[in-house]
Ligand binder design. Sequence first.
Ligand SMILES: *Cc1c(COP(=O)(O)O)cnc(C)c1O
Length: 382
Amino acid sequence: MREHFLVFGSPRIDEDEIEEVVSCLRSGWIGTGPRVAEFERRFAAYKGASHAVAVNSCTAALHLSILAAGIGPGDEVITTPLTFCASVNAIIHAGATPVLADVDPRSMNIDPECVKARITRRTKAILPVHFAGRACDMDPLCALADAHGLTVVEDCAHAIETEYHGRKAGCFGDFGCFSFYVTKNIITGEGGLILARKPEHAARLKVLALHGMSSDAWKRFGDEGYKHYLVTEAGFKYNMMDLQASLGLRQLEKVERYWLRRQEIWARYMTELADLPLTLPAPVEADTRHAYHLFSVFVDGKRAGITRDAFLTAMTGHKIGVGVHYLSLPEHPHYQERFGWTPDEWPNARDIGRQTVSLPISAKLTDEDVGDVIAAVRHILT
Ligand SMILES: *Cc1c(COP(=O)(O)O)cnc(C)c1O
């Protein structure tokens, strides 16, 4: 048995990141400034995108994208029931109505056929989530969006490194929304970013993210002299700080190295858990790149001889932190009361939410940690 509890999704923080944060603190400029601007430039370059707007979370990124698309009351946005609550909360906060389309049981991603069946006169957007870092089937989704004149907002919270048919996740839609929350593939503590395809969208996002003040308002206390700002609409307080961007700048330099490490861990799990009564993640689809953000195994109580929830408890008993991604959204009382959703209406998402467990797969894990995870799973199931 290990000595210390293995915290699920704990990020790796190196000395150079700590130094960058300290140097930001010493610079006297910790709010939104040059480091955020540099992080936006470098992230856009990494993705080959033209416009990036950094914000303080992916939730904020999703909310502003929907607003900037001009979507609001009376409009419907189709998304997946197998996602973090932020994806639908952002739709609700924009005043629009979320509509759920079930997932494909193999890929765990939104099923384009189910999306098609949910399109109405009121549908204005599709909000696909690249679940676990596996690319959604963007060809049919984009074809549906084109045919019906819908906006596409990609939730790329798991999908920094994801690619599909030679193109990068976040660059298919009108908006690509990223998270740098502590458990994600690269982190700023709290943080998010929007890739926008159109320059007018990027400009509007910048204004909305900082109180609705005319653009570059953050420069008003800089050495170029005091600048007046003008409020052009009632915006939000969603800006990223330089303090956060300090972490992001150094983390982004390691994004490919961390991806390779997670790929290695993924491959080891696939080999060393192959003989157990579990369903492992489906093979990565041809001509796509998986971001390996989550390694979710399917625990069928009958076949495994243990229920999912008992498995979670047993892993904790072995001092291994585990996660559930996610109980399907219709399991939550608020959505049941507000929209009349019931889990049975989206059976694939329901089953995944009730039967999967995510094992640790962060770049911080040592070979010994990974060995401990494998030993715990084997001990519980054999
Ligand atoms: C983490 C996550 C979010 C929210 O990201 P924050 O940066 O914490 O706001 C949204 N969608 C999905 C799928 C996520 O996993």
